[in-house]
Design a protein around this ligand. Structure first.
Ligand code: WTA
Length: 632
């Protein structure tokens, strides 16, 4: 499903009361100030809004571009700004994290309580030999301990690498191996629609081939019997009861450019790569984007309904809202469990003021009809948000009308794991066109280019690029700086290649169309063709495989696979099911192909590269385009 231009030309203007109370700067003024003096303007924000242990010497160092550095020489820690400093103010006793379990359990942590838990767990990690710069893999469901674990790592300068709890054995193994983590933190299981996802079992299988991990810390969540490997596995609650957990260690003063986390994401080719973000720039970028775009105030109850295992959760469940001293809501379960109004019930009971979610969830809930949300008082909502893929105008309007009662502007935020925070997005006062992420965030310059790198005309489709550096930008691909340069900065020299195609209309509004590379967005989750194909060929019956994304009404895209079987294998329906389950086991249930077709050949270039473009055109009954490079 793609946004298809603004055919109807509809514009939605924000209500007067939204504009009046928004604490955002004037867009034109701040955008111009940033264009005139990018470093100076960001420098002033960084100085005024955050506490630094030592001021920086240079705000933006572009001497080794594209390896940009921000706040060079500054000493800081994101945890000091997200937690410690709030405990010195009235916010000490304010709820930082409000958690609701799938079974309606509730836990809340004030800033003081969260800071204490983080401190205790940081002491435990330290005692286990985790030091500054060490990587720690975190593999958990949506429970408060995932937040505590992430912040505890950051507090001591360790680098967290969170792997989404919906990924499975091979995906987890590859990420542990690449990051060379020595400690892994997981849970016995996670609840999903009343069933248990056996996280620890998956971790055990992944660790059979990942010898770097010496210690596994296990949070008890689901309570079933699990295997605990003597000498390697320890219970979180046992560790937190040790005297060592009572010693409060200070938050480490790290360099602004020291790594904060790795997050693996699928790229154009090959294995998922580790995007690296740092303490200083990420902190400044994430907090500022959240403050301006969602007008987030400390009295807000903010609910980002993503998973902490993806960038959306990192930036806007964990770090962003805490940096701003707001209350961040985290809900463990599925949107429609046990009933299709579970989310609306959460909004009503907790008085959520800003809700941020993905088009796939909106479309999914829309299918159940208006009666479910209409049963609830949603009047606490002030703003709504969308992220992850283009939102089709129909879903936009339903969200606007039925959830926001035509009083809540929708912030359609375009950004990526790599960008750390919002890049193309409205501010609360921006007139909205359903399906467009509107304009670049202040200071961001984007363009839409043709094959040769020339800007295309209004409403023409082209490659979306970014022409200015920004504080929360990725710093590199961990362990592979060449890939960073190659993948992001080589196609159009000096410009950041987003991997998306877009159109810009006559008002300068950007309409993101979708990926131009081998990334597929399934329900807003980012998957790479390579990872799924390699899972398919790892099955003994498959000789070659290719996967593509095809449009789906609810999920945006679903995966369609083409397999060449090894000689002698029967192409049966049973084998289709076996292969689908195999992919779910290797990569994760979200990667499971919707359909598998057995073929005798795959379209390839003469150099042997699979032409997925041709497969896609065939699947959609479209023109196959230029076939001159096709091997005949
Ligand atoms: C897509 C998610 C249209 C886009 C934060 C991008 C969007 C990819 C939008 C990054 C949006 C994200 N409109 N497309 N508002 N937001 N995308 O790294 O294709 O999981 O390149 O980051 O999601 O996915 P990622």
């Amino acid at each position: 499903m793609s946004s298809n231009g603004n055919a109807s030309g509809e514009v939605f203007y924000p209500p007067e009361h939204i504009i009046r109370q928004a604490n955002q700067p004037d867009y034109d003024a701040i955008h111009q100030a940033m264009l005139d003096d990018l470093a100076g303007t960001w420098g002033a924000i960084a100085r005024d809004e955050f506490e630094w242990f030592k001021p920086w010497d240079k705000t933006l160092d572009d001497s080794e571009a594209p390896f940009y550095k921000w706040f060079v020489g500054g000493k800081v820690n994101i945890v000091h700004n997200a937690l410690d400093r709030h405990t010195q103010t009235w916010r000490r006793n304010k709820v930082a994290l409000l958690w609701e379990g799938e079974k309606y359990e509730q836990r809340s942590y004030t800033y003081h309580q969260l800071e204490r838990e983080v401190c205790r767990f940081a002491s435990v990690l330290r005692a286990m030999g985790v030091n500054k710069g060490d990587r720690v893999t975190i593999y958990m469901g949506r429970i408060p301990e995932i937040v505590i674990a992430m912040l505890a790592c950051a507090k001591i300068g360790a680098v967290h690498s969170v792997v989404y709890g919906g990924f499975s054995v091979e995906a987890l193994h590859g990420r542990i191996e690449d990051s060379q983590s020595k400690v892994a933190i997981t849970a016995d299981g996670a609840w999903l629609r009343g069933n248990i996802v056996p996280l620890k079992e998956i971790m055990d299988e992944a660790l059979q081939r990942a010898p770097t991990v010496q210690t596994v810390i296990v949070v008890k969540r689901t309570g079933q019997d699990i295997h605990m490997e003597p000498g390697r596995d320890l219970w979180y609650h046992d560790l937190m009861n040790l005297p060592i957990a009572e010693t409060c260690i200070p938050t480490e003063a790290v360099d602004a450019e020291d790594p904060l986390f790795l997050l693996y994401t699928s790229g154009t080719t090959g294995k998922p790569k580790a995007i690296l973000h740092t303490h200083g720039g990420y902190m400044v970028g994430v907090a500022t984007t959240l403050k301006w775009v969602f007008d987030l105030k400390e009295e807000d109850t903010w609910w980002c309904a993503a998973d902490p295992g993806w960038i959306t959760g990192h930036s806007y469940i964990v770090y962003g809202p805490l940096l701003l001293g707001a209350t961040s809501v985290m809900y463990e379960g599925a949107p429609n469990h046990p009933f299709p109004d579970r989310w609306w019930d959460v909004v009503e009971r907790h008085g959520v003021t800003v809700l941020y979610t993905a088009p796939t969830a909106i479309r999914g809930l829309m299918r159940f009809g208006d009666a479910w949300p209409n049963r609830h008082d949603l009047s606490s909502l002030r703003l709504l948000g969308s992220v992850g893929e283009p939102i089709n105008p129909e879903a936009w309007k339903w969200y606007y009308r039925v959830i926001g009662k035509e009083q809540c502007p929708i912030m359609d935020t375009w950004w990526q794991t790599e960008t750390g925070g919002f890049m193309i997005t409205p501010l609360p006062s921006t007139p909205l066109k359903p399906g467009s992420a509107t304009r670049p965030f202040p200071g961001v310059v984007v363009d839409v280019l043709d094959e040769d790198g020339s800007p295309v005309g209004p409403n023409e489709e082209g490659y979306l690029v970014i022409k200015t550096p920004w504080p929360a930008m990725l710093r590199t691909v961990y362990g592979d700086p060449d890939r960073y340069v190659e993948q992001y900065w080589s196609r159009f020299p000096g410009m950041y290649m987003t991997g998306d195609s877009a159109r810009r209309d006559e008002d300068g509004y950007i309409w993101v169309i979708g990926r131009v590379d081998d990334v597929i967005k399934v329900s807003g989750y980012r998957l790479g063709t390579a990872e799924i194909e390699s899972a398919l060929v790892s099955h003994p019956s498959v000789a070659e495989a290719a996967v593509i994304g095809v449009p789906d009404e609810v999920r945006g895209s679903v995966i369609q696979a083409y397999c060449i079987l090894v000689a002698g294998m029967e192409p049966t329906q049973r084998l289709v099911e076996i292969l689908r389950d195999h992919v779910a086991h290797e990569v994760g249930p979200i990667a499971k192909p919707a359909s598998i077709e057995f073929v005798d050949a795959l379209p390839k270039t003469r150099s042997g590269k699979i032409m997925r473009r041709v497969l896609k055109a065939r699947a959609l009954g479209q023109d196959e385009g230029d076939l001159s490079t096709l091997e005949q």
